[in-house]
Design a protein around this ligand. Structure first.
Ligand SMILES: Cc1cc2nc3c(=O)[nH]c(=O)nc-3n(C[C@H](O)[C@H](O)[C@H](O)COP(=O)(O)O)c2cc1C
Length: 221
């Protein structure tokens, strides 16, 4: 796939086909992604790949914690207050995602169902948990993990797979560790749902918004 087409064609996939992804395909993607740049080539990431029964347990745990209203206790603090411009974009995304499914704002049951689907990682057959070391945490490690995460998403797209980065999969690390043996000295930063995209789903087809270049590009001549 041509690179620009891959970058522009990748989108978050929120409905997957009920089809497993072969392990060797995931490994091919990770083989590509390991060439991602990082500060001083430190490669500070660890990736934990959850599939099968472990992933089923993960989905159930994340759903039950959500239904129980458990307080989010992520390893990386999650913002609840956003600066105005970002809050507006976040709100806009929420609206688009719901309206793409024909869900009205006042339909709380349908909204809850969608939210429960999200914390169940959209029922993807594979979840990658991207982690960094708890010690020596510097912001650059977060940058590095972002870079490899995007490379994974692009390499997956190139192979005909879909992905969705999911902060919603990293909310309950203590519970995750009871299911998957992720060492306590690793911070669980973000999940990446991986699977074959259901290309017919409205959830994978709505028009996405981006700021215009002149809103964030500042030439200094
Ligand atoms: C760090 C991070 C966390 C995210 N967490 C979620 C999430 O929990 N749920 C979700 O539906 N999308 C999540 N996303 C996907 C974003 O909503 C998505 O990237 C954004 O709306 C742009 O859309 P696109 O990926 O389709 O281009 C996350 C993205 C990033 C980078």
């Amino acid at each position: 796939m041509e690179l620009t087409a891959a970058i522009k064609g990748r989108r978050s996939i929120r409905k997957f086909k009920p089809q497993d992804v072969p392990r060797n395909l995931i490994m091919e993607i990770l083989e590509t992604a390991r060439w991602s740049p990082s500060w001083g080539n430190t490669q500070p990431w660890d990736l934990y790949i959850l599939t099968g029964k472990i992933l089923a347990k993960f989905k159930e745990m994340n759903l039950q914690q959500t239904l129980a209203g458990a307080e989010i206790a992520s390893d990386v603090p999650m913002l609840t207050q956003w600066p105005d411009a970002m809050k507006a974009r976040y709100g806009q995304l929420g609206k688009i995602v719901l309206s793409a499914q024909g869900i009205k704002r006042e339909d709380k049951d349908a909204r809850d169902k969608y939210y429960q689907n999200m914390v169940s990682v959209f029922d993807a057959p594979c979840l990658i948990l991207a982690c960094i070391s708890r010690d020596n945490l510097v912001e650059y490690q977060m940058l590095d993990i972002g870079i490899i995460a995007q490379t994974i998403c692009l390499a997956a797209h190139d192979k005909g797979l879909g992905t969705c980065l999911l902060a919603a999969a990293a909310r309950y690390p203590a519970e995750i560790r009871k299911i998957a043996a992720i060492p306590d000295d690793k911070k669980i930063v973000v999940g990446i749902a991986v699977g074959y995209p259901d290309t017919s789903s409205p959830l994978n087809n709505f028009a996405r918004e981006r700021a215009k270049l002149d809103e964030f590009v500042h030439w200094m001549e």
